[in-house]
Design a protein around this ligand. Structure first.
Ligand code: PAF
Length: 253
């Protein structure tokens, strides 16, 4: 089983000990509820580094909707078993330990973070970038792994790392999909079986539509609430709602 560190102080002592025998450190930040998408990040980290650190932290500052935060799946014991053999250290901090200053200091990006996801979830990316910066400073990894499913998050993290000269390599990892095409997400488990079956048409419609307007219309006809569909740099990004669950995806049409 991986070693679990529940406080920033305790982890700090461990991290200092790791410095004594320099080894490459790979870091996978997560909010838990691990699935095969996370597994692919962990396997990549395992293959490229001598030591793998994972964090499990449901970050309150990136939730714009209190219901979404309260309903976010928390499955710590299963997550630890899942990580067994892939991860050396798991950081499971409390919110008060990550935000001792009460979120007085935060990273604000003033352009891309306000578009797409950011236009529908005010403050979301400030919360993401702030917690990622804090976690990178705590873990001090050589490489950090992010899924392409959250493409806007991945690009913003990459941009932050460049802008702030952070000494870490950001490694993008391809989206993992169920056999019917739906991108894996911790949120999928909140769908009823009927909605889960319908959700498979989301990536298919994105891929097969001639343009964003056609995709938006087809998604509406399929019964989804559509937050956005936009093409950027050869990638089609979208967010939909069904049964109060919000799903995002991106494809190359
Ligand atoms: O993608 C996620 O799970 C989260 O946004 C992250 C990167 C762990 C930050 O809380």
């Amino acid at each position: 089983m991986p070693r679990v560190h529940r406080s920033v102080r305790e982890w700090g002592a461990e991290r200092a000990a790791l410095d004594a025998k320099p080894r490459s450190i790979g870091f996978v930040p997560t909010m838990g509820a691990l699935h095969a998408g996370h597994r692919s990040l962990l396997e990549r980290a395992r293959a490229q580094n001598e030591c793998v650190v994972m964090s499990i932290f449901v970050n309150p500052t990136q939730f714009d909707n209190p219901g979404d935060l309260a309903g976010y799946p928390r499955t710590l014991e299963a997550d630890l078993a899942f990580a067994d053999g892939l991860v050396d250290h798991v950081l499971v901090p409390e919110a008060g330990d990550i935000y001792p200053e009460g979120y007085r200091f935060r990273v604000t990006e003033s352009d891309f973070s306000r578009q797409l996801e950011g236009a529908h979830r005010p403050g979301h990316f400030d919360g993401v970038l702030t917690v990622v910066l804090k976690l990178l400073n705590l873990v001090r990894p050589h490489r950090a792994y992010f899924g392409e499913k959250d493409r806007q998050q991945l690009e913003l993290v990459r941009d932050m790392v460049r802008a702030l000269f952070l000494p870490v390599e950001i490694i993008p990892c391809p989206t993992v999909r169920d056999p019917d095409g739906l991108a894996l997400s911790s949120r999928n488990r909140r769908l009823s079986p009927a909605a889960r079956a319908r959700a498979a048409s989301f990536p298919r419609i994105l891929r097969e539509s001639a343009g964003p307007a056609e995709a938006r219309a087809a998604l509406g006809l399929a019964g989804f609430g559509v937050d956005y569909v936009e093409d950027r740099g050869g990638v089609r990004l979208a967010a939909i709602r069904l049964e109060e669950v919000r799903l995002i995806d991106n494809v190359r049409p």
